[in-house]
Design a protein around this ligand. Structure first.
Ligand SMILES: C[S@@+](CC[C@H](N)C(=O)[O-])C[C@H]1O[C@@H](n2cnc3c(N)ncnc32)[C@H](O)[C@@H]1O
Length: 270
């Protein structure tokens, strides 16, 4: 059995809707990254930590009826959401695995493409996880990972309790057993495992209170700041102070939110 703790951000309808909104906000950047992999008709693909399947849909659209897609997702609730979609559109070349990836039986030397977005930073033994992922790729196969390097996140102008937001969010990730910097450690594992690094590109976005990206941050804050308190990552006073400061900055049209860095990491198995 995996040593992974329960997934820190939780499994419920509110979180599903947040993930859906998040997908829309970041879709352009994920699409560009997916295009760079060269994924096309008939590829065998693996989407790990697929959640409700928003990226899985995009991958399935690219591989068509002749391809194969395996999705691995421990939450039955998220997986069922994607299964319903597949049934509606009559896709029958999808294999659903309802487990943590660490525990799943996965074909070795098989996949043309492995894709992971916002997963590896949450798991407890990311290096073992990555080595297992690489083992399931065929020679010449591509692995493409998008995840945080938890720097940059900030709201301007500075001056208030929300200045230290990044520290609280990083502690939140760590309390769930994750590593908010794991994405930047992936190239070292690639080198040891005979995977050629073919892309390493940071993505950061910024916007004012009316922008989708500010609203993305707001949706996270409106739920997760309280969960940070419930999980004892921050005190009640910190929770109230950060929330009040965040809410007042939202009303200031001159506020600018800068996202944490997302690192696109892509490799080819030699
Ligand atoms: C932030 S969501 C991202 C979902 C999806 N990849 C996306 O980009 O919309 C993280 C997902 O990883 C899943 N997850 C957490 N731990 C996992 C593990 N050990 N193996 C596979 N999936 C995991 C969670 O259940 C959740 O659905």
């Amino acid at each position: 059995m995996s040593k992974s703790k329960d997934y820190i951000l939780g499994v419920n309808q509110t979180e599903l809707e947040r993930l859906e909104f998040q997908h829309k906000v970041w879709k352009k950047y994920t699409d560009e990254f997916l295009d760079k992999t060269g994924v096309k008709s008939a590829w065998k693909c693996l989407d790990v930590g697929s959640g409700p399947g928003f990226v899985s849909i995009d991958i399935r659209n690219k591989i068509g009826d002749k391809g194969e897609l395996t999705v691995v997702e421990p939450s039955e609730f998220y997986l069922d959401y994607f299964k319903d979609h597949c049934n509606k559109v009559k896709w029958n070349n999808i294999k659903f695995i309802n487990q943590n990836f660490e525990d799943a039986e996965i074909e070795k030397n098989y996949y043309d493409l492995i894709f992971l977005r916002w997963v590896i930073d949450f798991v407890s033994e990311p290096e073992d996880y990555l080595i297992k992922l690489i083992g399931s790729m065929k020679t010449g196969g591509i692995i493409a990972i998008q995840d945080y390097v938890y720097e940059n996140i900030s709201v301007y102008p500075k001056g208030g309790p929300a200045d230290n937001l990044a520290d609280s969010v990083r502690d939140y990730w760590i309390s769930g057993g994750g590593d908010p910097y794991y994405a930047v450690k992936i190239p070292a594992v690639f080198r040891r495992c005979n995977v050629e690094l073919i892309d390493l590109t940071p993505v950061v976005r910024a916007g004012g209170p009316e922008s989708d990206i500010y609203q993305w941050a707001d949706k996270f804050m409106s739920v997760h700041i309280n969960q940070m308190y419930e999980k004892k990552v921050i005190t009640k006073k910190q929770c109230d102070d950060i929330s009040n400061d965040w809410n007042s900055r939202k009303k200031n049209p001159d506020s600018v939110f800068i996202t944490p860095m997302i690192l696109n990491v892509m490799g080819r198995k030699l």
